[in-house]
Structure formats: C-alpha cells, structure tokens
Design a protein around this ligand. Structure first.
Ligand code: DGL
Length: 273
C-alpha cells in the first residue's frame, strides 16, 4: 500500500479525460494534475521542445513526491516517454500502447484509423505500436490540428466544432473497411459525440486515455502501490500554467465535481514561450 499521489501531465485540459476515468476506476487514489495551458498546443511544436516541456512538467510533479507518473498526452508520450521512463525510478505510463491494445482487441476488419495532433501522427508512434503487435494490421492516420484549439477554448459543443469535425474527418469517412478509430489525443474525447456522429455508429471509437487507467490500475497492484481504501475521497489537486478560471470552467463541466481546487503553476523559464 502507498498513499502517495499519482501525477498526470498534459499540454492543457486534454488529460482531464484521463483523470475522469481515474476518478471512476481509482477513487481511493490522490491525483495531482498539471496542464501546460500557457504553452498549448504541443502538437505543432518540434519534438525536442515537447521533450523539454514534458521534463519541466514532470519535475514540477516529482517535487510533490508522486508515486507514479501518467503522461496523459499522446504528443508527449510519442516523443518523451522512453527517455522519461529510463530516467525516473517511479513507474511512468503513456497513452499510446494502451490505446493500441484496445483498438487491436476491438477491430474485426483489421483496419484501424488513428487521429491525433501533427506531432503524434508525424512520429508514427501509433502505427509502430499497432504493427509491432499485429504486423498485418492496416493503419490509416490523420492529423487534426484544428481540434485542440476548439477544446481549449471551451467551444467543443458549438456549431463551429461540428463543422470543423465534419470537414476534417472527411478523408477517413471515404475509407472502406475501417471499423475502429483511435482518439489519439487526450483532448478528443471532449469532441466524442461530434466525432461519433460524423463517422457513424458502426465505427468503434477508442479513448486511449480511458484505456490507460485500466493499465495504471494493474501496475498499482503489480508494484504494490495502490492506496488504502478510504471513507472520504482524497482531495485532488489541479494546476495549470494558464488561467486557473478558464481551466476550472472546463474541469467542472467535464469532471462534474462539486468543488475543484485549481492553482496557477509556474514551470520552466518563460511560461508564455
Ligand atoms: N492532449 C494532447 C495529446 O494527447 C496534446 C494536444 C496538443 O497540445 O496539441 O496529444
């Protein structure tokens, strides 16, 4: 047993989709979340910069003595997971392998689509992860750079969002045989109803973040790190490098919590880089 906190990092609010699942599956755990909203989006940034920002976020949470780190961001997982895993002595979990495993389990046609940020798609990480398990799987990848700004600006239920989702996903809709689509960015589950509507109910959507929490749960048990059962849920902590109010608005809407503690955090050198 270990009552230390689990740390979550993302470029902004996207990782809250992973936290939502953690609140459901792991209510005894103390969660500490950091979103680098001031420097979001990470998707179009060079890989070296994303690695540096990911280290800065990780260092912030390590000072809070976390017992496990979840990189709740596909873009950061794609470029920084291996390095961070190698250098930390706590378990570090990314979102790409859990999402890939779930997609391979779901597909019947062996044809999987992946949507993500420019960085994630350019890295080829999903294709690599999927093919490393099932070499014959066919993977169709599509970068959706307009999705993250829509989510970060709380516009994810608007008519503009509907139009952008519809136009962006057009190349995937014409693809015959595809039966599974990985939401390869933790911001995308907030657009899930629009994406499902656009792709049709026959397409199974895989939320990589949600799948990740099942693996976190297994690892907590494996390493004997799970928290003791509690009568009162722990008070979770949320930090953002951007506006605490804006973050709180989205977090309240998404997590449906009565109270939520959000504080501004300063990390790295210049937070508006
Ligand atoms: N939510 C993140 C991801 O899963 C990053 C989005 C971004 O900052 O571009 O890729």
């Amino acid at each position: 047993m270990n009552n230390g906190a689990i740390g979550f990092i993302d470029s902004g609010v996207g990782g809250l989709t992973v936290v939502k699942e953690a609140l459901k599956q792991l209510p005894n755990e103390h969660l500490i979340y950091l979103g680098d909203t001031a420097r979001c989006p990470y998707g179009p940034r060079p890989a070296e910069q994303v690695v540096q920002f990911t280290w800065e976020m990780s260092s912030f949470l390590l000072k809070k003595n976390i017992k496990m780190l979840v990189i709740a961001c596909n873009t950061a997982t794609a470029v920084a997971l291996d390095e961070i895993k190698d250098r930390l002595d706590i378990p570090v979990v990314g979102v790409i392998l859990p999402g890939s495993r779930a997609a391979l389990k779901a597909t019947k046609t062996n044809q999987i689509g992946v949507i993500g940020t420019l960085g994630t798609i350019k890295s080829g990480s999903y294709k690599e992860a999927l093919k490393s398990k099932v070499p014959s799987v066919e993977v169709q990848s599509l970068a959706c750079p307009k999705f993250v700004p829509i989510v970060e600006s709380s516009e994810y239920r608007s008519s503009v969002a509907k139009k952008v989702v519809s136009e962006t996903l057009r190349p995937l809709k014409t693809r015959t045989g595809l039966d599974t689509l990985i939401l390869g960015c933790t911001h995308y589950p907030l657009l899930r109803p629009l994406i499902q509507n656009e792709m049709g109910s026959q397409i199974k959507l895989i939320d990589s973040g949600a799948e990740t929490i099942s693996e976190v749960s297994v690892l907590l048990d494996y390493f004997n790190l799970a928290a003791e059962p509690k009568k009162i849920a722990p008070i979770n902590e949320f930090y953002t490098t951007g506006s605490a109010n804006m973050f709180k608005e989205i977090a309240n809407d998404w997590l449906e919590l009565e109270t939520i503690n959000v504080e501004h955090a300063k990390i790295g050198g210049n937070v508006s880089d």
